[in-house]
Design a protein around this ligand. Structure first.
Ligand code: GLC
Length: 552
């Protein structure tokens, strides 16, 4: 059976505000993305995921949508989107768009209507609740803290705060509370309501008809809620509900959406869900079952939270293999995204580690998601207090810094140097796309070589995964599909380590540390051992296959 394209693909996440500004307002836009499609083809990714570009008051930079079927003027127009899609498809790049079903903006007409009166037909499109009564343990004046309908907390501590705020906001006009798992500007939709479901199906059809290849579904595990909205037990009550909600009612909603996508012409549209849940076993459930397929892919962020440690990564890989892989589902791998410090920053600023991690990301069994800028080896920007814009604390501005395209003062952004956030470190000293393209040993060229190696190897894309004998700080694994085989070794320590190879001969196809022109790349290892340097990762391939390759 032919594998679905998303299992073979490498995705590239674009946060539109931060990619490239074509208009001069300091904010990236759709035309800025379109201008760089050739570069993305050169890099060798297969699909783009665009974070929200819909009309929005931007309280959460677009994750507060006020119109699901439009483009915010900051980013361009619907025609710009259509052009972007046509040009991407012409280069064999698929495009998936972000879909935010858990909540709208409080400026969305649906919420404005819902809020307007208790009797509005859209009142139940959101979660409205009365004060907690005395019988239910409520106390104090109407609309005061002691009367909140339950003890749930929202995400995002306010600036400088460590506590999560309550997930309820009192509406004075209609005398009820509304639920929001994120900002008070992001009221939660009642996704159980048949009219909400059909409105949302219309939204999906709108983008599918325009040719989108699928959706990244925002906080998908939160859309179904137990209508009792019961208090969380004390031991969980300090955790925001968006990181816990895992109600079974989400699954039938997703199964219906799956059918919608499957019935689409042309077919092969996909859904990848953001499933931020405490355990991998919980995440697996969102792939559905053979009788009721749901998501095609689900994000597993446990590895992303893993420190640079062989022990921790072994555990994360085992979990993915045993819980996701063994169930027949296809894992995902992510090192960086728009919500988390970039992986180089998390790994102590070490570019060597970031490069070795990239080798792992692109050789594990599953679909990798890159976050624009990681291929340059970017670190988070340092954002002074007066430049902070993220409503969350301690903030996600650093990983959302604008992408530096060239060495000029505006780094290829039409507005010059004054972009919406400060530039990442080293943007003025060579860490730009153009300069890294010219350096064969840059991180950009490493990613390009990795993507090429992956494209050229069935084993890396689709093959089985088996651990090879590993020792202490070195992880080693084999990927195999038919006669195609690769051996990958990753050294997590700051000293070199020597490793036995399976019967060979082997040769190094790619290393995260050795210069591209290094002569040690040639020839099998005579001793059957390989030395892997500090924080280095290598891909080995059978020497004979390599020679055949060269002869082609
Ligand atoms: C997701 C997004 C994040 C956003 C949140 C609320 O977690 O990735 O950026 O703030 O949902 O929509």
């Amino acid at each position: 059976m032919k594998r679905p394209w998303w299992e073979d693909a490498v995705f590239y996440q674009i946060y539109p505000r931060s990619f490239c500004d074509s208009t001069g307002n300091g904010i990236g836009d759709l035309d800025g993305i379109r201008a760089h499609l050739d570069h993305l083809s050169w890099l060798g990714v297969d699909a783009l995921w665009l974070s929200p570009f819909y009309p929005s008051p931007m309280a959460d930079f677009g994750y507060d949508v006020s119109d699901y079927c439009g483009v915010d003027p900051l980013f361009g127009t619907l025609e710009d989107f259509d052009r972007l899609l046509v040009d991407a498809h012409a280069r064999n790049l698929r495009v998936i768009v972000d879909w935010v079903p858990n909540h709208t903006s409080d400026a969305h007409p649906w919420f404005l209507q819902s809020r307007s009166s208790r009797h509005n037909p859209k009142r139940d499109w959101y979660w409205w609740r009365d004060d907690r009564s005395d019988d239910e343990g409520g106390f104090g004046a109407p609309g005061s803290a002691g009367r909140r309908p339950n003890n749930w907390l929202a995400a995002f501590p306010g600036v400088g705060k460590s506590d999560f705020p309550p997930a309820w906001t009192w509406d004075q006009e209609t005398g009820q509370w509304y639920l929001h798992l994120f900002l008070d500007h992001q009221p939660d939709l009642n996704c159980h309501h048949p009219e909400v479901q059909s409105a949302m199906a219309g939204v999906l059809r709108f983008w599918l008809d325009r040719g989108a290849d699928g959706f990244r579904v925002d906080v998908v595990h939160a859309i179904g809620k137990d209508p009792r909205l019961a208090d969380l037990p004390d031991d969980l009550a300090a955790i925001p509900m968006c990181a816990l909600n895992d109600d079974p009612s989400t699954h039938p909603i997703l199964a219906r959406l799956r059918q919608l996508l499957d019935g689409c012409q042309p077919p092969a549209r996909m859904m990848v869900g953001e499933t931020v849940l405490p355990s991998v076993a919980q995440i697996v459930a969102y792939y559905g079952s053979p009788d009721g397929k749901e998501l095609d892919l689900a994000f597993n962020f446990h590895p992303l939270r893993s420190p640079w440690s062989a022990r921790s990564w072994t555990r994360r890989i085992d979990e993915a293999e045993e819980l996701i892989g063994a169930s027949g589902a296809w894992p995902t791998w992510v090192l960086s995204n728009h919500d988390t410090s970039r992986h180089r920053t998390r790994y102590g600023g070490s570019e060597a580690r970031a490069r070795a991690a990239a080798v792992m990301l692109l050789t594990l069994r599953g679909t990798p998601f890159l976050y624009a800028g990681e291929e340059l080896g970017l670190e988070d920007a340092v954002v002074a207090p007066d430049r902070r814009v993220d409503p969350a604390w301690p903030g996600r501005d650093g990983c959302r810094a604008p992408l530096p395209w060239d060495a000029g003062p505006g780094h290829g952004w039409a507005g010059g140097p004054d972009a919406w956030l400060p530039w990442p470190p080293e943007a003025d000293s060579g860490r730009t796309v153009v300069e890294e393209m010219d350096d064969p040993d840059s991180t950009l060229n490493l990613y390009r070589s990795l993507l090429r190696a992956r494209r050229g190897s069935q084993a890396l894309r689709a093959g089985s995964f088996t651990w090879a004998a590993t020792d202490g700080d070195v992880l080693a694994y084999r990927r195999k599909q038919g006669r195609d085989v690769r051996f990958v070794a990753v050294n997590f320590s700051d000293s070199p380590s020597s490793l036995d190879l399976p019967p060979g001969p082997w040769e190094v196809e790619l290393s995260s540390a050795r210069a591209a022109a290094d002569s040690r790349w040639d020839g099998p290892s005579p001793s059957g051992r390989i030395e892997v340097g500090p924080d280095e990762a290598v891909i080995l391939r059978p020497a004979r296959a390599a020679q055949l390759d060269r002869g082609r």
